[in-house]
Write a protein that binds this ligand. Structure first.
Ligand SMILES: [Mg+2]
Length: 187
């Protein structure tokens, strides 16, 4: 059986936050930058009633810019390289009603390089990790990386402004070039 490698989607392979901020900034005439975002609760960065922000967030998810989110720098080369060592399983918090858009975008941008997209939620990624038993997990969520550590799986924490609070030493990866240089040490 081939080895399995688990890769998160948003902010690891697809550039979600920049596109969302662009949409919200245009709507509310603001200029919030990705580097300012220290938590996933993006609504707290806008002095706008939460329901208005959630409404706009939902509109963003209906837009073509969401359906066609661009790749994070060097993600294609990275996934290509990793896929030679194991099957790529994307595990995401995205909701199932974004399934079609997500599959289409990843098929277009990373054709034939991955096995499956598994739609999880915040609480069951851990169970999915256990079930898949991957040789490597790549995620930008410190919460999920804590699960990987507890379960004893190899991982890279994909560096982001919102995951600075956790110290994982050399297992913090500064982009795909960094992962490509070092992943083989952990497989
Ligand atoms: Mg993510």
């Amino acid at each position: 059986m081939r080895k399995k490698i688990v890769v998160d989607i948003d902010e690891v392979v697809l550039d979600y936050v920049n596109a969302l901020l662009k949409h919200l900034n245009e709507k509310f005439n603001m200029n919030i930058k990705k580097k300012q975002i220290k938590s996933w609760n993006i609504t707290s960065y806008y002095p706008i009633p939460e329901e208005k922000l959630i409404y706009e967030w939902e509109r963003f998810c209906e837009k073509d810019s969401f359906s066609n989110l661009r790749l994070i720098n060097n993600a294609k080369e990275g996934i290509k390289k990793l896929s030679k060592y194991g099957d790529i399983y994307f595990v995401t918090y995205r909701s199932k009603n974004q399934k079609e858009k997500t599959e289409k975008n990843l098929e277009n941008k990373l054709p034939s390089l991955w096995q499956e997209i598994i739609f999880s939620n915040r609480n069951n990624k851990r169970e999915i990790y256990e079930k898949l038993n991957p040789v490597l997990i790549i995620d930008d969520s410190s919460e999920q990386i804590k699960n990987a550590i507890e379960l004893g799986f190899n991982f890279f924490l994909f560096n982001a402004p919102w995951n600075q609070e956790i110290d994982v030493g050399e297992k913090r990866a500064y982009g795909w070039k960094d992962i490509m240089k070092r992943f083989y040490k952990y497989l």
